[in-house]
Design a binder for this molecule. Structure first.
Ligand SMILES: [Zn+2]
Length: 249
C-alpha cells in the first residue's frame, strides 16, 4: 500500500475522533438544558402542591368561621327560648334552633372533608419537596460530571487537532485536498477500505480493472460511486491462502 494512504488512514482516525469529541461538546449544553427543565418541573410541582394546600387550609378556616357563626345563633335562640312569651314565639324559636343546628352540622361535615383534604395535600406537598431535594442533588452532580467531561473532551480535542496539524503537513497537498473535499461531502469520511471487492463505505463493487489497480498499490484510486479514496489491505500470508478470490465480473 502507498505510504500516503497510511497517513490518510491515520488522518481519518484523528478526524473521526475529533468529530466525536465536537459532537460530545455540543451535546453538553443540551444535556444541561434538559436537567434544568427537570428541575423547573419539580419546582413547579412543589409550587402547585403548596398552592393547593393553602387553598384547602383557607377553605377549612372559612368553614370554621361559618360553623362558629351558626353555633352562636343557636346559642342566642336557645337563650331567647327561655324567655319566650307565648307558644307561637316558642315554636318559631325552636324552628330557628333546628335550622341553625342543621346548618352547624352541615358546615362541620364540610369542614371534616376539608381537613382530610388538608392531610392529603400536605402529604403531596411533602412528597414534592422530597422529589425537588433529590432532583436538586442529582442535577448538581450530573452538571458537574458534564462540566468535567466537557473539560476532558476539550483537552482531547486540542490534542487531536495538534496531531492532525502535524500529520497533515506530511501529506501531499493535492491528496490532502482530495481527502478533505470528499470528507466534507461524505459525512466526514474521505477514505474507505475495500474488502472482497466492495467499497466498505458505500457497499458498491469495484470494477475488476479498478480493483486490480488498487491491489497493485501504486496509485491513488477513488471509488467510482462515492469518490472516497480507497485502500486495500492484503490478507495475511500465514495460511498461504490464495490472495483473494478474483472479483466477480
Ligand atoms: Zn464507495
Amino acid at each position: 500500500m502507498l505510504p500516503a494512504l497510511d497517513a490518510l488512514i491515520a488522518l481519518q482516525d484523528l478526524d473521526t475522533r475529533a468529530e466525536a469529541a465536537r459532537r460530545r461538546l455540543s451535546d453538553a449544553p443540551v444535556k444541561v438544558a434538559a436537567l434544568d427543565a427537570t428541575l423547573a418541573g419539580a419546582t413547579l410541582a412543589l409550587e402547585t402542591a403548596k398552592a393547593a394546600l393553602a387553598e384547602s387550609q383557607t377553605a377549612r378556616r372559612e368553614l370554621e368561621k361559618e360553623a362558629a357563626v351558626a353555633q352562636q345563633r343557636v346559642s342566642k335562640y336557645k337563650e331567647q327560648l327561655m324567655q319566650a312569651k307565648d307558644n307561637k314565639q316558642f315554636h318559631a324559636l325552636q324552628h330557628e334552633i333546628a335550622t341553625f343546628s342543621a346548618e352547624v352540622q352541615r358546615v362541620e361535615e364540610l369542614e371534616i372533608g376539608r381537613m382530610l383534604e388538608v392531610d392529603e395535600r400536605t402529604a403531596v406537598m411533602k412528597a414534592a419537596e422530597a422529589t425537588l431535594a433529590t432532583e436538586k442533588k442529582r442535577v448538581t452532580a450530573e452538571k458537574s460530571a458534564i462540566e468535567a467531561d466537557a473539560a476532558t473532551v476539550a483537552a482531547e480535542l486540542a490534542t487531536l487537532q495538534a496531531a492532525r496539524g502535524d500529520l497533515a503537513k506530511t501529506i501531499d497537498a493535492r491528496l490532502l485536498t482530495t481527502y478533505e473535499t470528499v470528507a466534507k461531502q461524505r459525512k466526514g469520511t474521505g477514505i474507505s477500505r475495500v474488502v472482497d471487492g466492495l467499497c466498505e463505505a458505500c457497499r458498491v463493487r469495484l470494477r475488476p480493472h479498478l480493483y486490480n489497480q488498487l491491489r497493485a498499490g501504486d496509485q491513488i484510486i477513488q471509488c467510482e460511486s462515492c469518490v472516497r479514496i480507497l485502500y486495500w489491505i492484503a490478507p495475511p500470508k500465514a495460511e498461504d491462502a490464495p490472495a483473494e478470490p478474483p472479483p466477480a465480473s
